[in-house]
Design a protein around this ligand. Structure first.
Ligand SMILES: Cc1cc2nc3c(=O)[nH]c(=O)nc-3n(C[C@H](O)[C@H](O)[C@H](O)COP(=O)(O)OP(=O)(O)OC[C@H]3O[C@@H](n4cnc5c(N)ncnc54)[C@H](O)[C@@H]3O)c2cc1C
Length: 534
């Protein structure tokens, strides 16, 4: 747990670097708790939402019809407590009709893996099913999996006191064939972190595995022995206490949402930051959003005992009682000019970049009937010369959306919308020129879609293509990340006292939208001082 940070004096001021979901939700929660505080959100982009970018274009192949493609995140996990907070916010802001669900038994919840024979194989949703049989006994990915699982309970348990990579852990538990890591979990790590399972920290990304081994001596044994955790989630307890007028309803909402593997938002996920920004501008005279301003330095003004931020726009200078930083840790090194200890720590921060290719074809669904689903991920066992991480079938997801509250299903004409995610750890040594070579990546995507989904050349040529590089989009959670981030936080705290908070993906439990919102909730409550009053 992060220590409580001191409250800001009455009518004090707070600066927030970043108008992504972290910065906006932090400002929104803080303003609710402390309407007296003057909050200024500063962002270097012209838009809200950071990586949340629901981009609309006019499709020249379809009479200029407006089409939205996601150039960043698109779905929320129903099981995450942060998702309950997001959906409650939509309800409170009168926009619940935008919330869409994917039911667990629907087509869009079918997930595939790319096998070593270049064919897609379905991931079973149930343990005892035909899909399990096919995967284990007929597909090359199934090789050594059953024996790895069966022998796991008999492998000596020696939980380490130090951190290790997820791959090392799986290798220790499931044996040297590495089938569980190479054939399966590496694909999930591609989907969430765009990173290499052989480089990622177990402690940061999957502490549950570590704890299960410690408690039960085996992951498989724990499946039979561990009791369900019925403790209410700590973030929801706080949310219920400080934000929920109808006591307890957030817990019911969370239970309800757990039924849905995924949720989406009509108009795209960027509707969330846009909705919050609109509300703040309309209803919160003490909150201001300044765009197109990059903060280039952060200093303490010893005379005023406040924090000074300097932006690159007209050399604007701001002074605040408290500053919240939501940027990716890799991008903030230059803020701390002259602070060698902090800069040295920040030099260790790393990120991964992903290349996103959106493909849209009107009036036709080119995804084969037997492969309709959420999409597919690529495990690291594949040679993967094209550096593909996964493909999301956006049109299948959208066509299976059901309104969360009573309402009509959206009737849609047939179309195909796909997003290919490439790069991640595979491009860390690639030159900028190669990474930004849109023609190369779009051509690569075309050949992948032909091979994996049998999409015809004509359909590929008739589609609309978008190319985006999410440069340093996700932090790399390297081994000993938790120790590193705690160390960084204490260096910052010893230099600036309680006047600077670190938020965003690098300091939340995970990199997802619900994770960073829970972090913002926590930080806003801590900063507001409401807890100290009790
Ligand atoms: C390609 C991709 C796909 C993803 N898919 C999913 C998904 O499906 N589901 C999910 O839950 N999550 C997903 N994520 C993660 C999700 O995008 C993050 O959880 C979310 O963007 C975090 O929001 P944030 O506000 O913390 O950071 P950001 O989105 O990075 O926003 C930070 C903001 O701060 C601004 N900024 C940074 N430095 C400065 C500075 N010095 N001065 C001024 N402004 C600054 C940036 O321009 C940006 O606007 C994905 C991420 C990526 C990159």
């Amino acid at each position: 747990m992060i220590n409580s940070i001191a409250k800001v004096k009455c009518n004090g001021s707070v600066g927030v670097i970043g108008s992504g979901v972290s910065g906006l939700t932090f400002a929104y929660f803080l303003n609710k708790l402390r309407p007296d505080l003057r909050i200024t959100i500063l962002d270097n982009q012209h838009k809200n939402g950071g990586w949340l970018y629901s981009y609309t274009f006019k499709d020249e192949n379809d009479n200029g019809k407006e089409v939205m493609v996601e150039k960043g995140p698109r779905t929320l996990r129903g099981a995450s407590p942060g998702t309950a907070i997001i959906i409650d916010t939509f309800e409170k802001m009168g926009q619940i009709e935008k919330v869409q669900t994917i039911e667990s038994n629907c087509t869009a919840n079918r997930k595939f893996l790319l096998s070593t024979n270049d064919k897609l194989v379905q991931v079973p949703n149930k343990l005892f099913s035909m899909n399990t049989f096919n995967l284990l006994f007929k597909d090359p990915l199934g090789k050594n999996v059953l024996s790895s699982v069966l022998f796991e309970p008999f492998r000596k348990s020696k939980p380490l006191t130090k951190d290790e990579t997820v791959h090392e852990f799986l290798s220790r538990r499931f044996g040297p064939s590495n089938a569980i890591s190479n054939n399966f979990l590496s694909a999930i790590y591609h989907g969430i972190y765009a990173d290499d399972i052989k480089k990622i920290s177990l402690e940061k990304t999957n502490p549950a595995f570590y704890n299960l081994e410690k408690q039960h001596g085996s992951i498989i044994k724990s499946l039979f022995n561990s009791k369900a955790n019925n403790e209410p989630n700590e973030f929801l307890v706080k949310y219920d206490k400080y934000f929920n007028s109808e006591n307890g309803s957030i817990f019911k909402l969370h239970t309800q949402l757990k039924e849905f593997p995924m949720l989406g938002i009509l108009g795209g996920l960027q509707s969330l930051p846009n909705m919050i920004a609109d509300q703040l501008i309309k209803n919160s005279p003490n909150v201001h959003i300044q765009r197109n301003e990059e903060i280039v330095s952060l200093n303490e003004n010893k005379k005023t005992n406040r924090i000074t931020l300097q932006s690159n726009k007209d050399k604007n200078t701001y002074e605040f009682d408290h500053v919240m930083i939501t940027s990716n840790p890799m991008k903030i090194k230059n803020l701390f000019e002259g602070e060698d200890d902090i800069k040295k720590e920040l030099e260790k921060a790393k990120s991964v970049s992903t290349i996103l290719i959106n493909y849209y074809l009107p009036n036709k669904d080119v995804i084969p009937k037997n492969l309709q689903g959420f999409g597919y991920l690529v495990p690291q066992i594949n040679e993967n010369k094209e550096k593909l991480l996964g493909v999301i079938f956006d049109s299948v997801i959208e066509k299976n959306f059901k309104p969360f509250e009573e309402g009509e299903n959206i009737l849609v004409n047939d179309y195909t919308k796909l997003t290919l995610m490439l790069g991640g750890h595979y491009i860390e040594n690639l030159s900028e020129n190669k990474i930004n070579d849109s023609k190369y990546w779009i051509n690569t995507s075309k050949s992948l879609l032909t091979r994996h989904l049998n999409v015809s050349k004509t359909d590929l040529e008739n589609g609309h293509w978008e190319f985006t590089v999410a440069k340093n989009g996700l932090p790399r959670f390297f081994v000993n990340y938790t120790e590193w981030s705690n160390n960084l936080k204490s260096l910052i705290s010893s230099k600036y006292g309680d006047k600077v908070t670190m938020g965003g993906m690098g300091f939340a439990k995970g990199p997802g939208v619900p994770d960073v919102i829970m972090k913002s909730l926590h930080d806003s409550i801590a900063l507001s001082g409401v807890e100290n009053k009790e």
